[in-house]
Design a protein around this ligand. Sequence first.
Ligand code: ADP
Length: 521
Amino acid sequence: MMQKIIRNEAYIDTILNSIQTAVITIDAETHRIVDVNPAAVEMIQTPIESIIGSECHKFICPAEKGKCPVTDLGHTIDRLSERVCLKSDGTQIPILKTVVPVVMDGHKYLIENFIDISEQKEAENKMRLAKEAAEAANKAKSEFLANMSHEIRTPMNAIIGMTYLALGTELNDEQREYLEDVRISADSLLSLLNDILDFSKIEAMKIEINPTEFSLCDTLKNIISNLTVKAHEKGLELSCRISPDVPNHIIGDSLRLRQVLVNFIDNGIKFTEHGKVNIDVEIESTSSDEIILHFAVSDDGIGISPDKHNRIFLAFEQADSSTTRKYGGTGLGLAIASNLIRMMGGRVWLESTPGSGSTFHFTSIFKLPYDNPQAAKPAVSINNAAPIPNRSLRILLAEDNIINQRLAKGLLEKRGHSVTIAGNGQEALILLGSGEFDLVLMDVQMPVMDGFEATAHIRSSEKDTGKHMPIVAMTANAMKGDKERCLEAGMDAYTSKPIEAAELIKTIEDMTTTDTNCAAA
Ligand code: ADP
């Protein structure tokens, strides 16, 4: 009763005339404005006589003329949609609008109410711009760090390589000791640079996962073989057990998987004084074309208190500040590993008891090759790897930089290979024509004739002979796309500069040796 008395015309007029919200009423058939309140007049900034009778799209949602969803539907309520109001001076303001259809005296109308949201929009815009600027600045920082650490790696690798070569010459004890110190410091500086490079590349979103088919067993065997010396130096046992149902050939980024595993195993060795470090691999789940593997790296080390379990995965975080003093490190390794695991579709977690050891678990998704009969195999355990078969190769090195020439020549000759140097692509072609070689190590950027052109000449001359000279590219820009360009140009493999002894030797020897099989336990 009370409600009926109050809701008279004066009441409704007072509301319409005093509220801050614009209200206009539109004839649903003609789309003409039949009523408008003062707030709407104020917002449109046009005399009321010019508004009444006008087509609604003259002022509201001008771009929607002829395709207005609400007038078409006629009877639906359109709540709080962001639209535009056109003022008489031609400026457009953003509005938040609600449209309600109503039937009065048998005729259909639309009542639209809206508010000006220019300020909110401006604030949102400012926030978006500030966010974009902050993201751009962060990206620029990461790119700078990535470029800088890449640049520093070049001379660092020369220092390491040359020290390695000098250590192979006749030295007295004092000289040997000094050079050993140079080697250890240079190694730790390089690993720090590599961490910064990786971390900043992840931040700048420059790291991508490159899946290829690989042998899990060979990868693990190689990792164990590389880290066994380190473990043995501390009197620790290093072992690995792969569950029998885990397929050997899988498709994934073996280099990134390796990096993650090495990081966990390295930490296991670093933080353990007595006992062992073990890697376990088993299937978490499998489908017709995909498999999720579960890796667990456990150690008998100092352990990590529960309150630190999440923190240590953040960049620059260590379990406690005394860690750096005692064990060194930057706190970047786990941040990089957990990012890579995420990129490989997996997750990472930790079980640890302070004083008795830790187990770092992670999963990763791999694709299965099409022709992959997964026969049941006995469990495989690897305690040490067989030595890499080694045969002496005649290598033609096409490289213009004298330090790199000396470094690559020294490293390869130390491995028992013979090396002939060409200062550019043209020299390489002449030498190839006059001598016998097993492989060409080809720098990409060279004066006179670059590696791409030289490769094209070699491949076209092979069309007549039917032979195939293995060509390994060496390029300084380890950026995405470079590898593909080298392979497209007819090269067979790729190694990145700065020259890293292990990578260079592995790439070359992989090209000329066949896979070793994992031995069953
Ligand atoms: P770093 O080892 O360079 O400090 P990480 O990110 O690899 O960086 O590790 C961060 C911290 O996590 C380490 O400083 C250490 O406190 C703790 N931590 C990592 N792995 C282990 C482990 N296996 N046992 C004990 N503590 C560990």
